[in-house]
Design a binder for this molecule. Structure first.
Ligand code: TXA
Ligand code: MG
Length: 332
């Protein structure tokens, strides 16, 4: 980790500095309500190229374009009525939509694909930064390719600090999981490409139409969104998953020790020795679990454990997005 990577408290001065840095074609890591992003001017091909280089990300994996508000979407993509319905309700917020792109967006951003992914983030610090620039921001999660996404500025510095000059500090990301991605290119066949903080059923209610689920790594979805790899979000430490609700048996069978740490959904009921046992929430609240998940994995990844035993979430609501990340993290 390089000492040169500064974590900048947001102020008039630092926000203007970040705006200038981005305007000059350089990168800034920025807070969003989901995870930290590694941002560059989406209209500057060289700057976007640098994102791929810094992350070690293959050029075939496209980037999300972040806009200050929904009115900017028209110049980037061909909009339709489903778009207007979702944008009106969920933007700004953790929803990314995939639409047919317009020529303004350089093809490096979309990895040569015909669609562009758009999102209006709600984080106030990023909103403030977006109001000081006159271009959209291309930004993937600010982690080395394949690694766990960052939900705090220190996570960005820990993993990309030697390749990046600054992170704009927006505190811990409220959601802690990447945005929900919905493919709206075909109005008659809307599809979910990635589960996230916004639940599938809420989107379906609003669209009054079911969403095809193309989020699984064996589905046809892999072709229309190449980033959904089987192995992803993986820490260095080996991961073993425990079926939801089976943690007590697992703890009895293989007690936690300096090699084996446990991450449970909620605080264990019995007041046994809890060294090497960690929990994502006190009471099993799913939003709290999502908020804490990547932070805990990032922190434990440097401790020296040989294996992290992670309890799956119940398969409901945001629990589906949590389990999606856990299964990819554990994939070989
Ligand atoms: O919450 C989020 O979405 C965060 C914050 C920073 O906004 N961003 C994020 O970006 O998670 P990234 O690059 O880590 O994941 C974006 C996913 C990838 O799976 C990528 O393949 C897919 O979105 N994607 C982006 N643009 C696409 C496009 N034009 N066509 C198909 N899939 C696209
Ligand atoms: Mg990512």
């Amino acid at each position: 980790m390089a000492a040169s990577c500064q974590i900048l408290e947001p102020s008039d001065e630092t926000l203007n500095f970040c705006a200038r840095t981005l305007g000059n074609g350089r990168l800034v890591a920025v807070p969003t309500e989901t995870v930290y992003g590694l941002a560059a001017n989406a209209l500057d091909e060289l700057a976007v190229r640098r994102i791929f280089e810094v992350k070690g990300r293959p050029f075939v994996d496209p980037l999300i374009v972040h806009l200050q508000d929904a009115s900017m979407a028209e110049s980037c993509a061909c909009l339709n009525s489903r778009f207007h319905t979702l944008a009106k309700h969920f933007w700004p917020g953790p929803l990314t939509v995939l639409l047919h792109k317009r020529p303004k967006i350089p093809s490096i951003v979309t990895a040569g694909l015909p669609g562009v992914a758009l999102r209006v983030p709600s984080h106030p610090v990023l909103q403030e930064l977006l109001s000081r620039i006159d271009f959209p921001l291309a930004a993937p999660s600010a982690n080395p390719f394949g690694y766990v996404s960052p939900t705090r500025p220190e996570h960005v510095r820990r993993t990309l600090g030697d390749r990046l000059s600054c992170v704009l500090d927006g505190g811990p990301c409220p959601h802690g999981l990447e945005s929900t991605i919905v493919d709206l290119r075909n109005e008659t066949k809307p599809a979910i490409l990635r589960h996230g903080p916004l639940e599938k059923t809420r989107i379906e209610e609003l669209l009054q139409h079911p969403l095809d689920d193309l989020s699984g790594y064996n589905s046809a979805g892999a072709q229309c969104s190449p980033g959904r790899l089987k192995k992803h979000y993986s820490p260095k430490t080996n991961i073993r998953l425990l079926e939801h609700g089976t943690s007590s048996e697992a703890l009895n069978k293989r007690p936690p020790n300096a090699d084996n740490a446990y991450i449970l959904c909620r605080r264990p009921k019995v007041e046994a020795d809890t060294s090497h046992v960690f929990w994502l929430s006190e009471d099993g609240d799913l939003a709290t679990m999502a908020h804490n998940l990547f932070d805990l994995i990032q922190r434990l990844d440097d401790v020296g454990y040989k294996r992290l035993h992670l309890e799956e979430a119940p398969e409901e609501g945001i629990g589906r997005a949590i389990n999606d990340r856990l299964r990819r993290a554990a994939a070989q």
